[in-house]
Design a protein around this ligand. Structure first.
Ligand SMILES: Cc1cc2nc3c(=O)[nH]c(=O)nc-3n(C[C@H](O)[C@H](O)[C@H](O)COP(=O)(O)OP(=O)(O)OC[C@H]3O[C@@H](n4cnc5c(N)ncnc54)[C@H](O)[C@@H]3O)c2cc1C
Ligand SMILES: NC(=O)c1ccc[n+]([C@@H]2O[C@H](COP(=O)([O-])OP(=O)(O)OC[C@H]3O[C@@H](n4cnc5c(N)ncnc54)[C@H](O)[C@@H]3O)[C@@H](O)[C@H]2O)c1
Length: 460
């Protein structure tokens, strides 16, 4: 029994059925989850024309017209299947698995209640309930009915004046997209001293510079004290600690996520509500007797990314099958029955222009974990391929483990660097020795030649 048909829950079902088990999946909203309708898919549909427009403008000889916001929103609607999950329901049926519509809650060991029905699992129950937007406890904010990722990705009419709270991935991506689509007066109120604080510092700096150059007002160390919206649907005023105010037509809250673990019966199995559910590397919830409860995706708080949730789901489905069969389990770090990649620094792309693509550890994280490291960097415009593409500014960095001469992490910042990332994920995950990486020759003149330049910068 799986609760939540987001990308993580759906993939558990797929693996469990492939392994010979039967499965049912309960969904209270749309099969496909947050990712398909209000997160990854619509946000990237909105960002793609923005990045392409900027890329085309950088190439001498091309002149591109204005972005047609109405056409972009129409394509977004197509990308989210007009908020109709018929295609996903069909896919679940084809697995084959049973889709149960309704809000599920645990009702004691292996028991799942949906309305007045109780379904009993033979082997396991898996939670894949995801997260919702976290609204910080700022006086007046909740009453002002702020936009979350849902309203921002589902935007029908772009507000002229937009204020965004936050400086993480959602704030940067949606701030840039909405600004380019018509929010000419966009202000980012960032609590900390930089954007994208989980990445290498040069990444946040590059995105900040690009946002500022496009006309977005980025205010770092902003202390939001109070929000007012006296008339519903009217303008909103944000008060800051220094006495200044920002007035806008809409306010978007992008200050992180909160797990959907309240009201789903966790106390009936001895677990607290409203927290990420802690799991072991086989995705089994800790402190549940007989180990029948698993948690995948955002709800376990390990890595709030679709691809990592799907990875955990593949592991979890296979674990449930192996345990149902009574197979002997290899529990080594690279066992297919353990989510060993989770703690090594998940690959992630921030789809702004410039993009930020990173895998493994940042230099700061590597130092914190006690590694002896050396960091090498290279400017992307000095790579022939990037120059020919007229990619504009960009930079790559690699964190080298000096004891083992392998890469612990890589970061690329620049136009459309997303597709450079998987080579980095492979090198970091497979712990390819630098001396062997030296023989992986990048084609000329591609942007991938930055790999060669990084190794040369290291001294090879
Ligand atoms: C704006 C935005 C953009 C993002 N972009 C990216 C991106 O580009 N790449 C990326 O990797 N990640 C991205 N993410 C993160 C990504 O959306 C999440 O990591 C991903 O959706 C998590 O998948 P999940 O299956 O764990 O949960 P979800 O996608 O949240 O799905 C959970 C499902 O469970 C259902 N559910 C919850 N409770 C119950 C219940 N009691 N009964 C029945 N059903 C229930 C929900 O209705 C939902 O359908 C983005 C996030 C946001 C907010
Ligand atoms: N392209 C992608 O992979 C992608 C895109 C969007 C979201 N996501 C994932 O979704 C998750 C949520 O993204 P997010 O941007 O909402 O969260 P985040 O955790 O990335 O960033 C939250 C930001 O809000 C700030 N903040 C927190 N509380 C605040 C407050 N009270 N006032 C002002 N600022 C405050 C934090 O300092 C931080 O900068 C992330 O884990 C992210 O990885 C991924």
């Amino acid at each position: 029994m799986v609760i939540g048909a987001g990308p993580a829950g759906e993939n558990v079902v797929d693996r469990a059925v492939r392994g010979g088990l039967s499965a049912a999946i309960v969904e209270s909203e749309l099969a496909g989850g947050e990712c398909s309708y209000w997160a990854c898919i619509p946000s990237k549909a909105l960002l793609r024309p923005v990045e392409l427009h900027a890329a085309a403008e950088r190439v001498p000889g091309l002149s591109v017209g204005r972005i047609d916001a109405a056409a972009v929103l129409a394509r977004r609607d197509e990308a989210v299947s007009n908020y109709d999950d018929g295609g996903q329901a069909k896919w679940i049926a084809s697995v084959p698995a049973t889709l149960v519509r309704g809000k599920a809650r645990l009702d004691g060991p292996k028991r799942v209640a949906v309305g007045d029905r109780v379904l009993v699992a033979r082997h396991a129950v898996v939670l894949g309930t995801g997260t919702g937007a976290l609204i910080p406890d700022v006086p007046g904010l909740a009453e002002a009915k702020p936009w979350t990722n849902r309203e921002a990705t589902g935007v029908k009419s772009v507000p002229r004046r937009l204020v965004v709270l936050g400086g993480g991935v959602v704030a940067c991506e949606m701030g840039q997209a909405l600004h380019a689509l018509g929010a000419t007066e966009t202000t980012l109120l960032v609590r900390g001293g930089s954007l994208l604080p989980r990445n290498e510092p040069f990444a946040g700096e590059a995105v900040e510079k690009a946002l500022r150059e496009s006309g977005i007002d980025v205010r770092l160390r902003a202390d939001v004290t109070r929000v007012e919206r006296p008339v519903e649907g009217g303008p909103v005023t944000v008060h800051l600690g220094d006495g200044s105010t920002v007035e806008a037509d809409e306010i978007l809250v992008a200050t992180g996520r909160t797990p959907n673990t309240t009201g789903i019966g966790l106390p009936s199995v001895g677990l607290p509500e409203g927290k990420y559910v802690e799991v072991d590397d086989s995705l089994r919830a800790k402190d549940v007797p007989e180990g029948w409860l698993y948690v995948v995706g955002d709800a376990n708080g390990r890595n709030l990314l679709t691809h990592m949730g799907k990875y955990q789901a593949r592991v979890c489905g296979d674990v449930i099958v192996a345990r149902a069969r009574g197979d002997k389990e290899d529990d080594g770090p690279w066992s297919s029955l353990r989510a060993g990649a989770d703690g090594r620094g998940a690959p992630q792309v921030v789809f702004t222009d410039p993009q930020v693509a990173a895998a493994g550890l940042t230099a700061a994280q590597a130092r914190e974990r006690g590694h002896t490291i050396r960091v090498v960097e290279y400017e992307l415009p000095s790579v022939s391929g990037a120059y020919l593409r007229a990619d504009g500014p960009g930079k790559a960095s690699a964190v080298v483990d000096e004891d083992r001469r392998v890469l612990l992490g890589v970061t690329f910042v620049g136009s459309e660097v997303a597709e450079l990332l998987h080579a980095g994920t492979v090198a970091v995950t497979a712990e390819v020795p630098l001396e062997r990486l030296w023989h992986a020759v990048p084609s000329y003149p591609t942007v991938s030649e930055v790999w060669l330049r990084l190794l040369e910068a290291y001294g090879l």
